[in-house]
Design a binder for this molecule. Structure first.
Ligand code: CDP
Ligand code: MG
Length: 135
């Protein structure tokens, strides 16, 4: 897997709560992602604030950090050629209502905030986010 790239994926509290971990993992596996590392954890609000600090000026920032720290999450390092962009495609649009047919957010997302999965948006951010959870 010499061209393999890594990205960070999070199964968010709304999906963990609905027991969707195995179903969502199977979507990644059937789309030829290798799950290199994985763990179920719960983070504090302060950790969520650090993780989402790029959004600190946004009106939804506080609710977002409350939400991500509200229950267990499942974090994974996914590997594939072009993993960052391939994961973003498989996830679908931020708002599940706008997400394309066949995407994870279309299938499982409840709303723009409870949209079931996170995925790194660039190779640089993937490195930072992987480090955040797996260092
Ligand atoms: O997760 P993604 O990269 O697609 O979207 P983002 O723009 O980086 O926003 C991060 C997260 O903030 C989203 O996944 C949503 O959970 C949340 N969000 C929200 O609650 N309300 C918005 N208007 C936009 C994003
Ligand atoms: Mg983002």
């Amino acid at each position: 897997m010499s061209n393999s790239e890594q990205t960070l994926s999070i199964i968010k509290p709304d999906a963990v709560e609905r027991n969707l971990i195995e179903e969502i993992k199977n979507i990644f596996i059937s789309n030829n992602f290798n799950i290199f590392k994985e763990k179920k954890i719960q983070i504090s609000k302060a950790e969520a604030e650090e993780f989402y600090k790029v959004h600190q000026s946004k009106p939804f920032y506080n609710d977002l950090c409350e939400y991500l720290s509200s229950g267990p999450i499942y974090v994974m390092i996914l590997e594939k050629e072009n993993a960052v962009i391939e994961n973003r495609k498989l996830m679908g649009s931020t708002n599940p209502k706008e997400a394309e047919e066949g995407t994870i957010r279309k299938k499982y997302g409840l709303s723009i905030d409870k949209n079931s999965v996170h995925g790194s948006d660039s190779v640089d951010n993937a490195i930072i986010e992987i480090d955040f959870f797996f260092k």
